[in-house]
Design a binder for this molecule. Structure first.
Ligand SMILES: [Zn+2]
Length: 118
């Protein structure tokens, strides 16, 4: 496995752990995603810089069926609201070298992928 894939894996696992989702089942989902992306890096070595971005999006998609939306937005957008409606963060840009978790609802950048807080 290439270094970029290992780094992407580590960053996504960090963000999962930040939300208490680093369970054996979820880790195996991440490993499937990372393994499936190996061909992509092999086919397009110049795209290696984008791999964290892609792996984060793949994991998000894969987890949607199993555990639901991840990661949920930690930002309180409306202090008046007692129970903020849960919504997920998105990876931005869609295909970029320096992916961040952003809340589209509030237009806020929450954290770089790999540095998500609880
Ligand atoms: Zn939000």
């Amino acid at each position: 496995m290439t270094d970029v894939l290992l780094e992407a894996r580590a960053r996504v696992l960090h963000d999962l752990a930040a939300r208490g989702l680093d369970t054996a089942d979820v880790v195996s989902v991440v490993d499937e995603v990372v393994t499936a992306r190996q061909w992509w890096v092999d086919e397009w070595p110049d795209g290696a810089a984008f791999i964290t971005c892609l792996v984060a999006q793949d994991v998000q998609e894969a987890l949607l069926d199993q555990v639901g939306p991840w990661p949920l937005c930690p930002v309180v957008h409306d202090p008046e609201e007692d129970e903020p409606s849960p919504h997920e963060l998105r990876v931005a840009p869609d295909l970029g070298e320096d992916p961040h978790w952003v809340c589209e609802e509030g237009g806020v950048v929450v954290a770089p992928v790999g540095a998500l807080h609880r």
